[in-house]
Design a protein around this ligand. Sequence first.
Ligand code: FAD
Length: 308
Amino acid sequence: MAVLLIGEVTDGQLGLDSTAKAVTAAAKLGEVHVLCAGASARGAAEQAAQIQGVSKVLVAEDPALGHRLAEPTAALVVSLASGYSHVVAPATTDAKNVLPRVAALLDVMVISDVSGVVDADTFERPIYAGNAIQTVTSSDAIKVATIRTAGFDAAPLGNAAPIEAAPGATDPGLSQWIEDRTAHSGRPELTSAPVVVSGGRGIGSKEGFEIVEKLADKLGAAVGASRAAVDAGYAPNDWQVGQTGKVVAPNLYVALGISGAIQHLAGMKDSKFIVAINKDAEAPIFQVADFGLVADLFTAVPELTEKL
Ligand code: FAD
């Protein structure tokens, strides 16, 4: 049996990094087939075919699949699932919308946020905001799982897997696309950026975030925020990092005026290198930081930005 991996397709392009990381996890379970579904998905399929470890790419192109509506995508996945032992996807917002529906339609459990593969039936996943790792064994005939990509290296490129058309599925007609409102930013995407600079409540105001953004721009980084900063209106919602925000694992994470609550750490502690600037030497962020600077960020950050 093989693994069906749902690739993340946006405007015809593949989320290459998240898909390549999920391939590394899926390859531990068996032969990997990647499904690229969208109104136009051929380009995404060609990208997926280049990932080493992928033995086949299925491409499904249909206007009904074009706007990330979970219902037609779930119907398509269910129509293909009987040929597979596992149906997996990177744990993105879209996959968290689609895979629980797939699991329900197949009458199996969904195993979310897999951070480790023990064997074909047994998986590790973080619980309690990442403070404990749960080992789960499933006896379901088809395992449906989302993969927490931060825990896996991206499979390298350099493959030419065959691409086949997937048989179409009927749109259940349960939902209708009205409009997308997207935030445009010249900065890298938060969850895949190699460098992230985040600000917390210590930034003190919306205007204060300018110093976070200036440092981020100097480093070519994405900007993140703690929930306290988002709740206070200093930063937009989609910048939130943490248990109830985005999970990031960049090469470098810079935390400015962030205390390091466990719910924040849950979203960034897998970062390879953590730098913290905080005026409180006892702040818990220093327990996970590789480099810590006890300083007033309003002095230290502009100085750092200028020196860079
Ligand atoms: P604070 O804890 O107030 O810390 C501010 C820090 O700034 C302090 O350490 C202070 O010393 C420092 N500081 C102040 N002024 C300066 C200065 N001038 N120079 C340098 N340092 C300064 N939080 C998240 O971030 N993400 C989540 O996803 C999330 N999910 C949650 C889910 C649940 C169910 C719950 C209960 C909470 C969640 N939280 C989350 C909230 C979390 O518990 C903390 O309240 C939050 O992370 C605190 O944010 P902060 O570190 O910015 O603020």
